[in-house]
Design a protein around this ligand. Sequence first.
Ligand code: G6P
Length: 616
Amino acid sequence: MCGIIGVSGVRDAPEVIVEALRRLEYRGYDSAGMAIYQDGSFKRVREATGTHSVELLAKHVKDFQGSESVSGVGHNRWATHGKPSQENAHPQFDCSGRVAVVHNGIVENFAELKDELLSQGHLFTSDTDTEVIAHLLEVALGGTDRIDDALAEVFSKLRGAMAIVAMETSRPTLLACVRRTSPLIIATNGDEGFIASDIPAILGRAKHYYQIDDAVVASVELGEVRAFKLDHTEVEPREFVVTWDLTRAARDGYDDFMSKEIMEQPQAIRDTLAGRLQHWDTSGIQLDELRVEVEKLQRVNKIFMIGCGTSYHACMAARYAIESLCKIPVELDVASEFRYREPRLDEQTLVIAVSQSGETLDTIAALAEASSSGAVSLVVSNVVDSSMARMADSVIYTHAGPEVCVASTKTYLAQIVALELFAIYFAKLKGTSTTAELRSLASALEELAEKVGQLTNRFAEMVGVASKVENFERFYFIGRNVGFPVALEGALKLKELSYLPAEGFPAGELKHGPIAMLDASSVVVAIATRGRLWEKVMANLQEVKARGAKVLLVASEGDNETIAEGDAAFVVPETHPLLSPVLDTIPLQILAYHLARYRGFDVDRPRNLAKTVTVE
Ligand code: G6P
């Protein structure tokens, strides 16, 4: 992971870098640092104080006053090689302090490179793989001042997925970067140049944004962008349009990004559906990108859905819609496992990769494997032109806007919506469902944002329900059918944010083992809305109650019969059964939010996690 920022010719570079690092904290926050060029050398400050590293770094901005500071690099770290410490924080320097490097990802062959550099007499001050890059650049630069040429030479020696930004003191306005799989963008505004891991870092400062392809060295010097391949053939930097605005990436008066993003869920759904449902029954639903012939999609006879973390749960929740409407076998895989089990893929297989960031390395690797086997691919991503979006044969974007809180909320709901839109698209293409069946789901989708809004408006009321279990320390989530992924997502949210032991099970599986753990000190959260298997969930609930566990329910509005079975209940509006995961998950987001805050934890930056994980 890690967040990268570089600026060239930008007045108040330290402030701009710190602000960018604040916005990139979702990528890692166990340490943070920056190096600014001043009076002939780099002045570097680094902090390694866990979730408050950037906050402390900001206090150093005043240290830079008095001299011109227009160029520099900054970094948020999520430790891989070497523990979080000041020495291991980036930027990393070469022996003389001439080169400054910030890096995201892993240099897989760093040990052998380091041995070689040590034998040549280089002095290392950190345990990071990154420092190897700085020393290699020192050698490659020799007497020249072209850090971009040196980076091209060094990059071909490095193995692994990574993004690098480097600069050096004899030409400090020239910033060079290169990437393999890990994200990086270049941007300009007049005479100002920027390089960043992600758009929100420079939103509001930059005007023109440029995509950097894999293994292309790009540089920005003041407002000039240049790019070339490793064999030094020049390439035209590809500009792209950014429609996000600053207010959507700022906290906007909320206590934290998580509550803001929960409240933005109705809009995220509206924006994801916008313009897509009007003509579903005549001209059909348009995918954002379709780079294969429709006939190829029509021939698909098996689907794999892959993702990590919350995105995996979105796959699981939407699988029911795809299987039910498209009458096609759908297999689910956690992306990090998918390619290692030798899945049977061919040209009639569709692989759907789901990812908020579109940059998760496990999912990218699985997608690459699928594409090399000839399978057709579809990506659902929240980031336009993300690595995955560029790799896939077809793309549906979730228009949830930037999500900053590490734990996904609005993008999760938007992913389910996008996948259910795909279910309608594909069922229509293959003629596997009646118009009435599709119409029923399409109309429910049209009403969904309003129902989500009814729920988010009752945020405070749901915190009240959650407060009934704030002194419990063990949680089990159960659900059946579409309620099962809701149970898994509820448990994941609680683990991520409150660090409480929480597990999700299919309700019917409880009696086959997990029930042994139940007693009066445990809470069972049951997804008991009026779905197809409601009666069976109620039967499972009796087994739970007989063991004395505290019961918290997610129940349908007005369903007093169910509500009476629990110690407390979150009530949700009724919807189409295939969409109930969208509504049923919201109270569980709020449950996790409240319990984390009650225990005094930072909901936006849970310990040990990062939002975008670009290591395997
Ligand atoms: C990380 C985050 C999770 C997220 C997962 C997948 O592990 O901490 O919250 O669900 O990555 O991210 P993606 O960007 O691929 O959806």
